[in-house]
Ligand binder design. Sequence first.
Ligand SMILES: [Zn+2]
Length: 377
Amino acid sequence: MITITSDFECGNAKNVEQIADDRYRLEVIGDKPVYCYYFCFDVKNEGEATEIAIEVWHDPVIKDVPGFISHFPTTIWIRPEDSHRYQPLVLGDCETHAEHLVIHLPIAENQTIRVTDVWPSPYTDTCEFLRGLADERSDRCELFTLGQSVQGRDILGIRAGNPGKPRVLCIAGQHPIEFPGIWGMRGIADFITSLIPEAAALRDELLVEVIPMVNPDGTVMGRNGFNAEDKDVYLAFGDDPEAEEPEAHESKLLWRKALDEKPALWMNIHCYLGWRTNSEYPYDGWYEAPVSLFDDPGQARLYQALCDTMRLETTGPSTHITAAAHGENTICYQLAKRFDIPHVFYEINGGTAGPYGAGRRALEVFKGTMKTLLHHR
Ligand SMILES: [Zn+2]
């Protein structure tokens, strides 16, 4: 007997039904157009070894078929329950059709396999990782919290470096299941608290704060784009870019921290999937705001130098060659416009990055932009 469930941390699937012998159908749970592609479910086989087909359909409530299917083909990650890591499903075992996918999954006798299109970094596991760093490297870092989420979860971060020096604020997880961003931040937290000489030198010159998961409720709920209030933490000002504060509770916490502490730079990593409309492997990308937002000539020059770094020294151009543009309702745009605070914003393609790939690409961005920041101050 086969059972498909998604009632666990980061799970996402609904309306599961068996439609033929060894064939099942389910739908993803989306939030809004385009943000309606994530799935993560368990397939439990209480019988002999077999192979099943699972149809994964777009969310009929959101009704954005192009927005859903544009994320595919991509890597489908599978993890047998006794394994500590995911592995890619053999490419030919997932068909991409006009409105749905078909995953062909061999499953052993009495085995349970988790199936997803984004390799998860669950909230519980991420907190454990950060607490482990703080315990094991207490001479080099400390744990802190941005505050609590709507549902009362601590938004944990790691702080390392010199309190008298410029602050760098690194965050991910605004869009909660964009896990490569979270894996990227875990890589940066590991690096900046490590014994690598370059990291030790950065700790002398900067105070670095890394918050891998700024929207933990959304992550636990397996949501594509929203927090527990149905708000988008990235498009933080919603329909009113001039508002005094952003809309979502977690966005307000971030905004207040940035205003109180005026970081020299803030870094933000997101993710998307697939290679359908992209150009070169590994299909990463990045975003910029107009340099004209900066009033101070020195800050404008620093921002231009950071943009040069992103274009020339990271893998960002591998998707569209040029940067995408932040909307006025983003924290990135408004911090630049109102307070002359520069940002770097990167997109890792989750089809080509699990924890390792995401960590490498995040570190490329981090190391390159820290060098540029220190030179231009
Ligand atoms: Zn995003």
